[in-house]
Design a protein around this ligand. Structure first.
Ligand code: 13P
Length: 250
């Protein structure tokens, strides 16, 4: 089964509108037409509209970093999937570990947000991953299973074809401590086997990104693993050259 590689840059809480436009333009100009890889960038909410406009007609997609599960209403401060779609997003990252850790986001919330994204025509990137403590306690697979069960609850096979999963071990995020290709592949293969139990042959079509200190010098080995179908890149996606080298890593 060949799955088109998918690389997404998660800019987290970085860059003004002007800075976002500068970086997005640099990536757009350097990347050219893409054939065997899909690429997206996820700027802050306030830059999404401008960046999406700038990238119109290019091969780069735009992603939100989160969305709310209701489309509209009395929810001060929230941004809905419907509004992300409205400003030109194609994807939305859901359940990033920073949201789980600092904003007490639960698997139930991840599930509601994933359904909201699908309902509004966005392609969700659903993040899972264990903490260092959980890994040390031998709880990695159990933790991932719980996140998959809760986050993907009641999704149909058709829904699942629109979902990308991202395995991001929390201990590897922003730490420079990447999972080894073997460590990452072990969990990716586990995720695919759980997807296969739940969604049958659809599991072979679902892309599973790896995230956690992906850099130009480790991307090729990680992305060369059987079940690693792309990357969710934090720090290295803030430099056009590094991000481009990850996109091209072979
Ligand atoms: P870093 O690449 O900075 O470790 O961040 C990974 C991440 O959290 C992407 O979503």
């Amino acid at each position: 089964m060949s799955r088109t590689r998918f690389v997404c840059g998660n800019w987290k809480l970085h860059k003004t509108v002007a800075e976002s436009l500068e970086l997005a333009t640099a990536i757009k100009n350097a990347v050219g037409p893409l054939r065997d890889v899909e690429v997206a960038i996820a700027p802050v909410f306030t830059a999404l509209h401008a960046v999406a406009k700038r990238l119109e007609g290019s091969s780069l997609g735009v992603a939100g970093q989160d969305c709310f599960w209701e489309d509209q209403g009395a929810w001060t401060g929230e941004v809905s999937a419907k509004l992300l779609k409205d400003v030109g997003c194609k994807y939305v990252i859901i359940g990033h570990s920073e949201r789980r850790q600092h904003f007490t986001e639960t698997d139930h919330a991840v599930n509601l947000k994933t359904k909201a994204a699908l309902r509004n025509g966005l392609l969700p990137i659903v993040c899972v991953g264990e903490t260092e403590k959980e890994r040390d306690a031998g709880e990695t697979f159990g933790r991932i299973e719980t996140q998959l069960e809760g986050g993907l609850r009641e999704l149909s096979n058709d829904d699942m074809l629109k979902v990308t999963l991202a395995y991001e071990p929390v201990w590897a995020i922003g730490t420079g401590r990447t999972a080894t290709p073997a460590q990452a592949e072990e969990v990716h293969a586990y995720i695919r086997s759980r997807l296969s139990d739940k969604f049958g042959s659809v599991a072979e079509k679902v892309r599973i990104q790896y995230g956690g200190s992906v850099k130009p010098d480790n991307a090729a080995l990680l992305l060369g693993q059987t079940d690693i179908d792309g990357a969710l890149v934090g720090g290295a996606s803030l430099k056009a050259e590094d991000f481009l080298n990850i996109i091209k890593a072979r």
